[in-house]
Design a binder for this molecule. Structure first.
Ligand code: VG1
Ligand code: CO
Length: 542
């Protein structure tokens, strides 16, 4: 029953920062999904009879894609597919499942924080046997294959019943539909002191967790409300919807503004938190205290030993290059290693596998640890909860105390979204060409001590990744970084990351944009942002 179907290649199937992401209608083109999935399998070896994990964040086209993937996987010789019920698995849950059942790999269906629906975004990502996103070597091989592919293999069968738990079969491949939450929840129970957190909720600790009508709803309800006893209704928007209720499931101060407003109000619970479309990002806001993701990484690293899963301490910390240096100061003080990697979780995998680091993070609201090989939104919320329960202090107190000890890294990211791609590329080229001349120059009293295009040498596998972002490093330790997004699906998005270190406790309570205002002005004029993009102001500030 295996059918070989002739096809013609698409030239635009290059995976970006986190898999192949495009608008839904692009994926709906004839054989678009089939080509890409076959190209994945064509780029792998040794999976005959092995297990593949399949699941996604439930967005529009999730079910259709799962059906195609299962039929193609069976035709290519996988022995077993393990699928989340209804085709639903959060990104960290896929990672956990691959690891715990020792699967060969997995396919994650998501476009993360981007909107879903018939006109929204969709995405396909391949994860390897360590549970993490495939490294560049594999994603580039997949891309090369997509450009010349001329056929794919598929089994003609009726659709698999995705909603009922149990075992079925396509061709010679066994299909197991499993509970989406169970395996992930069991892992969380090994890392955190559930009794201690339960006790905190019993004594009145209040949380609001916004699942943003995306994948974390079932996970948050099962773990926060059912297992830990948070008040019913603590989880908002807990039912995953194919279009996320027309919202943008990005847990930042723009798209989760209502949480920020709640946290700043008289009715503020102790903790407001949220996650993104596929469950790997987190937002943490205490009563009247927003925690920047870069600070959150540093604070979690400094306090992780309070949670049972990390009681023996952490081996090292890794952060993506644009992430602030707050975590570096913690690592220095603890006498452990700190690694600086390009943007995207795939660069952390080798460091985690080699045991060089335990905790990783990105400024884009992603934090995680060696428990899986993806960033993990609920994990971050649970670690915060465990630390808050152990220390019996408020988020605000913990943040202030952290700054007093380590200094504060004022930090903000300015995004110029969906600008003209030619203009954005020209801006980067112009700035890159000018880097050598910027060194030693002074702008508004700020001297540029160094300027470069970030390149990463992986200490584990020796691979090199160049052109990972333009860095202006100022003499006083401040920094401006420019890079183009690798996850967008329309035009280009310019990201500008701005940072200033302030060791003086008396100067640590300035509003972030005000504390950075001179650097922000320079970030616009040095790169001539308005001339190249036509935008005088960013569209999103986080
Ligand atoms: C963005 C973030 C990056 C993150 C990536 C995937 O990439 O900046 O830190 O790893 O999204 O996150 P880019 O190339 O658009 O800047 V998710 O939550 O989409 O899996
Ligand atoms: Co995500």
């Amino acid at each position: 029953m295996i059918k070989t179907v002739p096809t013609t290649p698409y030239q635009d199937q290059r995976p970006g920062t986190s898999g192949l992401r495009k608008k839904v209608p692009v994926f709906q083109q004839a054989n678009y999904v089939e080509n890409f999935v076959q190209a994945i399998f064509d780029s792998l070896e040794g999976f005959a009879g092995q297990t593949l994990v399949v699941g996604g964040d439930g967005r529009y086209y999730n079910r259709e894609a799962v059906q195609k993937i299962l039929k193609i996987a069976a035709a290519n010789g996988f022995g077993r597919a393990v699928v989340g019920q209804g085709g639903i698995l959060s990104t960290p849950a896929v990672s956990a499942l691959i690891r715990s059942i020792k699967a060969f790999g997995g396919i994650v269906l998501s476009a993360s924080h981007n909107p879903g629906g018939p006109d929204g975004d969709f995405g396909i990502k391949y994860n390897i046997s360590n549970g993490g996103p495939a490294p560049e070597k594999i994603t580039e091989a997949i891309y090369a294959r997509t450009r010349i592919i001329d056929s794919y293999k598929i089994i003609e069968a009726s659709d698999v019943e995705l909603d009922r738990l149990g075992v079925s079969q396509i061709g010679d491949m066994k299909i197991e539909i499993v509970d989406s939450v169970q395996n992930y929840q069991a892992l969380m129970q090994t890392l955190f002191d559930f009794d201690r957190i339960r006790d905190a909720f019993r004594r009145g600790f209040a949380i609001k967790f916004d699942a943003m009508s995306a994948v974390t709803g079932p996970y948050a309800r099962a773990i926060l409300e059912d297992a830990l006893g948070a008040a019913k209704g603590s989880v908002l928007n807990g039912v995953p919807l194919p279009d996320f209720g027309h919202h943008h499931p990005d847990p930042n101060l723009v798209h989760a503004r209502h949480l920020y407003d709640l946290a700043m109000s008289a009715l503020a619970p102790d903790l407001c938190a949220a996650s993104d479309g596929d469950g790997d990002r987190n937002l943490i806001i205490g009563r009247s205290r927003f925690v920047t993701p870069s600070d959150s990484l540093a604070i979690l690293a400094a306090n992780a030993h309070l949670a049972p899963g990390y009681r023996n301490g952490i081996a090292g910390v890794a952060r993506s290059m644009p992430t602030s240096g707050a975590a570096d100061r913690v690592a220095q003080k603890m006498g452990i290693a700190i690694y600086e990697t390009p943007t995207g979780w795939k660069f952390f995998g080798n460091l985690l596998d080699a045991g060089l680091v335990t905790i990783c993070g990105e400024e884009s609201a992603g934090t995680g640890s060696n428990h899986v090989r993806e960033k993990d939104g609920l994990w971050a919320v649970l670690l915060w909860l465990d630390i808050l329960a152990a220390r019996k202090r408020s988020v605000d107190e913990i943040v202030r105390e952290h700054w007093a000890t380590y200094g504060r890294n004022y930090y903000s990211r300015h995004d110029y979204e969906e600008v003209d791609a030619d203009g954005a590329n020209a801006l980067i080229k112009n700035l890159r060409d000018g880097l050598p001349t910027l060194k030693g120059k002074t702008f508004g009293g700020l001297e540029i001590a160094d300027a470069d295009d970030f390149a990463y040498h992986d200490p584990v596998d020796g691979s090199d990744s160049a052109n990972q972002g333009l860095r202006l490093m100022f003499a006083d330790g401040s920094r401006i970084v420019y890079r183009l997004s690798g996850t967008g699906t329309a035009g280009a998005t310019l990201r500008v990351y701005i940072e200033r270190y302030q060791p003086d406790a008396a100067l640590q309570d300035i509003e972030t944009q005000a504390a950075l205002s001179d650097l922000i002005g320079q970030s616009r004029s040095i790169a001539d942002i308005e001339r190249f993009t036509g935008r005088a102001e960013p569209s999103v500030i986080t």
